[in-house]
Design a protein around this ligand. Structure first.
Ligand code: 2HA
Ligand code: ZN
Length: 300
């Protein structure tokens, strides 16, 4: 077998051999692909991503698209229904992790562990235009990602570009102790760590347990994310939005850290729920005033 035929055998979706090799290497060098890989790697190192746990997506801007479009497959995959219809996302492109892929492999092998999907003109289907080599598909939570991107894009005037879903230990453990109620959870997190109200002055949303990857979970998450930058999924993890990778990752990190501190303090005093000292509503208001924070007064 000649070199070209050999290469062709390893390629997907009708790319030419030469272009395929170039598209892989060049695509992986792009800034947004590298930033995406670093976020996944950071999450892996903090224990957020057992096995194929968690997933992430990035909504490309025009200059990202211009820089990557020449590396797209000559023939994209066929259209696959999303399970939700999100007209706000018509024609958008998302870099997404792959279904069943381990986030610990995204940085070292983005072209297999992740890929770029295009959203249909009706906002109801996706097709792969780059990456997910070897027959991969977007994350099982692709519906939640597209639906939440549609909402966050609207409420931030287009600024929000990143969605990050992680399985942080302390946060998941905390959801087994408190009701699935955004106000209760937010108040625990705010009152346990001073930085919490600065990191998430609007509070965090929360949903009771639902089937992962379901369109019900996608739609409910999108509803919650009209009002909150992050939605905690009971006994599962957290789904968080940000303008950039630092924003989304930092938010998850801050939420989980506050949960961890609360659980440690509670365990250290023998497990009782009422801690002797915590940050008061007056303290929260004073912090919001000092830092000009958009504090969610409904939660005080
Ligand atoms: O990607 O985390 O919620 C696997 C999951 C599903
Ligand atoms: Zn998950």
């Amino acid at each position: 077998m000649g070199f070209l035929e050999d290469m062709q055998g390893t390629l997907d979706r009708g790319m030419t051999a030469a272009r395929g090799a170039v598209s892989t290497v060049a695509g992986e060098q792009l800034g947004f692909v590298r930033g995406f890989g670093r976020m996944c790697q950071d999450g892996w190192e903090l224990g957020y991503h057992e096995r194929n746990g968690g997933n992430a997506s990035y909504r490309l801007c025009d200059s990202d698209l211009a820089s990557v479009q020449s590396f797209f497959y000559d023939t994209p995959s066929s259209w696959v229904p999303l399970g939700v219809t999100v007209p706000e996302m018509a024609g958008e492109y998302l870099l997404v992790t792959g279904s069943g892929k381990f986030l610990r492999n995204v940085q070292s092998n983005p072209v297999e562990s992740a890929g770029i999907i295009e959203i249909s003109a009706q906002g109801d289907a996706w097709r792969i235009v780059w990456g997910l080599k070897g027959g991969g598909r977007p994350t099982s939570e692709v519906g939640a990602h597209v639906a939440a991107h549609g909402v966050r894009k609207g409420v931030t005037g287009g600024k929000a570009r990143v969605l990050y879903h992680a399985h942080p230990n302390a946060l998941i453990a905390l959801t087994s102790l408190v009701p699935a109620d955004a106000r209760t959870l937010t108040r625990l997190l705010w009152s346990s760590v001073t930085e919490s109200v600065i990191a998430f002055p609007g509070g965090v949303g929360m949903l009771a347990w639902m089937v992962p990857g379901s369109s019900d979970l996608a739609q409910a998450t999108a509803r919650v994310m009209r009002d909150f930058e992050a939605c905690v999924w009971q006994l599962h993890g957290v789904f968080a939005s940000g303008e950039d990778f630092d924003g989304a990752f930092g938010l998850v990190n801050a939420i989980d850290k506050a949960a961890d501190v609360y659980l440690r303090a509670r365990a250290a005093q023998g497990g009782a729920a009422n801690l002797p000292y915590s940050i008061s509503d007056a303290d929260l208001r004073a912090t919001a005033l000092a830092y000009d924070l958009p504090l969610n007064e409904d939660f005080l």
